[in-house]
Design a protein around this ligand. Structure first.
Ligand code: 13P
Length: 328
């Protein structure tokens, strides 16, 4: 399948992407919140509950997996997850970055790692059925951050990642995440997100990335979570769209937002609001927490809660499917 065809399938109407690629330490954090031990089996059981939700394929076009899950099996059929998901018409994807390292001696900023052996690792995933990949960079907002160096280095790395993945046949999800922790205003968030997206697309252009064969996964433009004045849904939608229109070429087929710590409900409402207007790209979701929080809290690691957990998960998936069409 061509890159363009996969990318269009990922953002097809009424569907979005489930980010289930929490690293082992992040998964432990999530499981700690429900007092569940995090080990290979419980992580397998949790993902199994989500992936077996009835008719999930009506709302979810693709799932981003973590390396461990990529080699785990569906508990009832014994199929490896990439195979199992493909048989359900859900595209299997893989997180290929290896997390973050300090960029400066003060350890304030981070650079994403994993480029050295990226070609070999990504070729392996491709040969085992992966159709797309993900690489996440992070940017902190303070009075003096993010630094130009941080934006520059991470943008170049995102472009190098996209180049390698496209050369293999994987659609790269390019994820520059500006974190919304802090008390900054929505205007500051707009300015930083604009600067980051501008440099990311400059780097992607300089490496001649095929825009039609990639997906952008940005943050929404929000007030900092500790800011005393929180913006309305309309303002978030307006500034996010303005920021994207100024920086993202219309040849990119789709933008799939991260939820970034928003509540499930707000993440859905913001997406719906943006889809009330006509936009140059498909606008959909690639949420982790905003799709999973209720499901995790309902499941609690108990096999007797699998069906209620799936129901909670499907509720979010359906609401976001509607929001991706402006139909909520
Ligand atoms: P959240 O939606 O929880 O922010 O996660 C999305 C993601 O993939 C972060 O890399």
């Amino acid at each position: 399948m061509s890159l363009e065809k996969i990318a269009n399938q990922m953002v097809q109407s009424g569907k979005g992407i489930l980010a289930a690629d929490e690293s082992t330490p992040t998964c432990k954090k999530r499981f700690d919140s429900i007092n569940l031990e995090s080990n290979a089996l419980t992580r397998n059981q949790y993902r199994d509950m989500l992936f077996n939700s009835p008719e999930l394929e009506n709302y979810i076009s693709g799932i981003i997996l973590f390396d461990e899950t990529f080699t785990q099996k569906d508990l009832s059929s014994g199929q490896l997850y990439p195979e199992f998901l493909s048989s359900k018409n859900i595209l299997p994807g893989i997180k290929v970055d290896l997390g973050l390292t300090s960029l400066d001696s003060a350890k304030q900023e981070q650079r994403t790692i994993g480029l050295e052996d990226l070609y070999d690792r990504s070729s392996f995933y491709f040969s085992r059925g992966a159709k797309f990949s993900k690489w996440r960079s992070v940017f902190h907002i303070t009075n003096d951050l993010p630094s130009d160096q941080c934006i520059q280095k991470n943008s170049e790395d995102l472009a190098e990642y996209a180049l390698i993945c496209q050369s293999i046949g994987l659609v790269p999800i390019v994820e520059p995440e500006v974190l919304m922790d802090g008390n900054h205003s929505i205007q500051k968030s707009y300015d930083v997100t604009s600067k980051v997206l501008n440099l990311v697309f400059e780097s992607l252009s300089s490496k001649s990335i095929n825009f039609e064969g990639m997906i952008l996964k940005p943050n929404m433009v929000l007030s900092g979570y500790e800011c005393s004045s929180q913006s309305s849904i309309e303002e978030v939608a307006e500034l996010t769209l303005q920021c994207l229109k100024n920086n993202v070429p219309s040849s990119v087929p789709g933008i799939a937002f991260l939820s970034g710590g928003q509540s499930e409900d707000l993440a859905t409402r913001h997406l719906n609001q943006m889809n009330l207007s006509t936009n140059p790209w498909k606008l959909t979701f690639s949420y982790g927490r905003a799709l999973q929080t209720s499901a995790l809290n309902t499941w609690k690691g108990q096999s007797s809660n699998i069906f209620p957990g799936q129901k909670a998960f499907l509720n979010r998936a359906k609401a976001n499917s509607l929001a991706s069409q402006g139909l909520l």
